[in-house]
Design a protein around this ligand. Sequence first.
Ligand SMILES: NC(=O)c1ccc[n+]([C@@H]2O[C@H](COP(=O)([O-])OP(=O)(O)OC[C@H]3O[C@@H](n4cnc5c(N)ncnc54)[C@H](OP(=O)(O)O)[C@@H]3O)[C@@H](O)[C@H]2O)c1
Length: 188
Amino acid sequence: MQRLLPDPGPTTVEEQLERYRPQEHARADRPFVAMNFAATVDGRATIGGVSGPIGSDTDTAMLVGLRTRFDAVMIGAGTKRAEGYNRVSNRLVVVKSGPEGRVDLPTLLHSLREEGVRALLCEGGPTLHGSLQAAGLVDDLFLTIAPKLAGGGAPPRILEGELDDVIPLQLAWLLEDDGELFARYSRH
Ligand SMILES: NC(=O)c1ccc[n+]([C@@H]2O[C@H](COP(=O)([O-])OP(=O)(O)OC[C@H]3O[C@@H](n4cnc5c(N)ncnc54)[C@H](OP(=O)(O)O)[C@@H]3O)[C@@H](O)[C@H]2O)c1
């Protein structure tokens, strides 16, 4: 694996994540929140309705490594339905609507922080991502860009839903392995 930005040179998933300490950046009212997604070059976030065929084994290693840096993993009900998520060793929070409709995300994140969650890795899906970004609740975005074109009708992109404004992002790092790109964007 090569680090293209910053400070170009050889690296590994382990080396890259060793210095990544999201727990140290928890806020008083919510955990530090990072999103993780994989997409194809044509912007598709699913192939055949799931995300598994998008990324390589290195992408899986990055995801498994990332989870070790976070206290809990969060997904939306749609991702739970599509992907199962039965073998995650982190605490798993599944966001699903209740009798009063959609979950109030600031309240949920505040409760998680009070329970001791300092860093939360949200692994999708696109609808939950849209809600979190619209509410200003995402700090980092990990995006794997697989060197593939998937085509198809209108499978989801990595973010679905309206945003009040365009959100500018900073590219915090960019890694490359066998043509696959691993970007980390920061919102602040
Ligand atoms: N490429 C990737 O990296 C990646 C990652 C994750 C998922 N995916 C794919 O994305 C697809 C699922 O996407 P999705 O957008 O339908 O699912 P999602 O974002 O995982 O779940 C959305 C659902 O969460 C529930 N929800 C409750 N409160 C919410 C709130 N405040 N904001 C948003 N959602 C809330 C709602 O379900 P209920 O009303 O049913 O409770 C809502 O329909 C799957 O095909 C999956 O494979 C891809």
